[in-house]
Design a protein around this ligand. Structure first.
Ligand SMILES: Cc1cc2nc3c(=O)[nH]c(=O)nc-3n(C[C@H](O)[C@H](O)[C@H](O)COP(=O)(O)OP(=O)(O)OC[C@H]3O[C@@H](n4cnc5c(N)ncnc54)[C@H](O)[C@@H]3O)c2cc1C
Length: 416
């Protein structure tokens, strides 16, 4: 029976990052991936911060730098934030996954594609024995001292080890268009309860004249495709013409609301498997890769000491909380406020932002990985924005007992 130090399930950015960091420390690492080709099918819009390029060491995957965004209200009122320097990057997402897997393989990790994790058989002698199925073969068992679940939104590892599932999964639908008007230096964000209740629609230049257009919305019984069609109609109104001839579609889900625990004896979850995407945008590449790094540090210590207890592995949970806990708590709170807004209130918020001349603040302090940092500055700067919020806060407190986190951001940290 195959026996390894670490079994990583899933060869996405989180899995390959964890594999690379652990293989580099000399541990035997096997990565299994259920699909035949790493990186495919692509299930992502591929907009990332500089931090992802730094973490991956793969700047070659950049298709185009992006300098800011235009946000559209339901009535197509807009506000544009444009910086002189790049604020985000449109990447070749499959290329990123491949580059990360190559780095991990170079460090010594072994990859097996067309191989699916099917479940936990047991933990004889404290070793995790799991069931995997290689394409065209009967299922087999293999053993690992530690399992890293990096198997995405529907994580079979989380289920097998009885770790809780995300609070929400936002259905998402995206298409690629070979040609598209719009400013290639900016992304466009579309708000509105009929287009994307619970999140937003996006138009992202692809770096070769086309665009990735998609939507993620609350799971309210309406299919993401319906919201996508409404978004296309909105974009047609904005451009005065319809986008034509999509070349590919993707349908997936974005988990929101980190799990209460990412680890248990012999297992750690990273990335979408742990519902680590950012609550205000659904972006999960940076947070997933960083979580994988944090998990790998703790796993290295556990492997060195031979201690795979829940208490030992929960050091990873604590490290995550130290780095992202405050940001995610505030973001979840703001998201709950956002969910209360009517279209009319969204119009009023954009109007308030425009009136207060907040674009410079957003350009100066906006950070796609830590978006709540700019909120305190905006609230201070815009009294009319502040007037809009108490109503929502009241509505929130009226309905449930969520405590409002301190939005004064007194302990604001500096992230570079
Ligand atoms: C429409 C859409 C647009 C998005 N846009 C962005 C964006 O612009 N920027 C951003 O930062 N994030 C974005 N995200 C989120 C981002 O794609 C995810 O957060 C990110 O891919 C998570 O990485 P991961 O490694 O955790 O999981 P994944 O990338 O999902 O990788 C999981 C891997 O596990 C494999 N797997 C699953 N089950 C098994 C099994 N049982 N056995 C073996 N292998 C298995 C899968 O095949 C997959 O390769 C978007 C998501 C969606 C749905």
């Amino acid at each position: 029976m195959t026996s390894v130090d670490v079994l990583v399930v899933g060869a996405g950015p989180a899995g390959s990052t964890a594999a690379e960091r652990l293989a580099r420390q000399g541990h035997s690492v096997l990565v299994i991936e259920e699909h035949g080709r790493i990186g495919y099918p692509v299930q992502c819009a591929g907009l990332v911060s500089r931090r992802v390029l730094d973490l991956s060491g793969a700047p070659q995957v950049v298709r185009r730098p992006v300098h800011g965004a235009t946000v559209y209200s339901p009535a197509l009122r807009s506000i544009t934030f444009r910086a002189a320097e790049p604020r985000a990057y449109v990447i070749d997402r499959a290329g990123l996954d491949i580059a990360l897997a190559e780095k991990a393989a170079t460090a010594g990790a072994v990859f097996e594609t067309n191989t699916r994790f099917d479940g936990l058989v047991g933990t004889p002698n404290g070793i995790a024995r799991v069931k995997v199925t290689r394409e065209g073969r009967d299922s087999e068992e293999l053993e690992a001292k530690l399992v890293v679940g990096a198997d995405g939104v529907s994580s079979a590892v989380a289920r097998a080890f009885r770790l809780r599932r995300p609070v929400e999964i936002l259905p998402a639908f995206e298409a690629e268009f070979p040609e598209s008007p719009g400013d290639p230096d900016l992304v466009e964000v579309y708000l509105g309860t009929t287009i994307a209740p619970g999140l937003f629609g996006w138009w992202i230049p692809d770096g070769s004249g086309g665009a990735r257009v998609g939507v993620a919305a609350s799971a309210d019984g309406t299919s993401a495709r319906v919201y996508y069609e409404r978004l296309l109609a909105q974009i047609a109104r904005r451009y005065g013409r319809a986008l034509c001839n999509p070349t590919s579609y993707l349908v997936s889900g974005i988990p929101i609301g980190e799990l209460p625990r990412f680890s248990a004896p012999r297992v750690m979850l990273v990335g979408d498997a742990a519902a680590q995407p950012k609550p205000l945008s659904g972006g999960g590449i940076f947070t997933g890769m960083r979580a994988a790094e944090l998990a790998a540090e703790v796993a290295h210590g556990a492997l060195t000491d031979g201690d795979f207890s829940g208490a030992r592995l929960s050091r990873y949970d604590a490290a995550w909380r130290r780095e992202f806990g405050e940001e995610f708590d505030k973001a979840q709170y703001l998201r709950r406020l956002f969910l209360k807004f009517t279209d009319r209130e969204l119009e009023a918020i954009l109007e308030a932002l425009e009136e207060a001349g907040t674009t410079e603040t957003i350009v100066a302090f906006g950070d796609i990985d830590f978006p709540t940092h700019v909120v305190r500055r905006l609230l201070r700067q815009s009294p009319s924005l502040l007037r809009l919020l108490p109503k929502a806060v009241g509505a929130l407190w009226g309905r449930d007992d969520h405590r409002a986190p301190d939005l004064d951001f007194a302990s604001e940290r500096v992230h570079q």
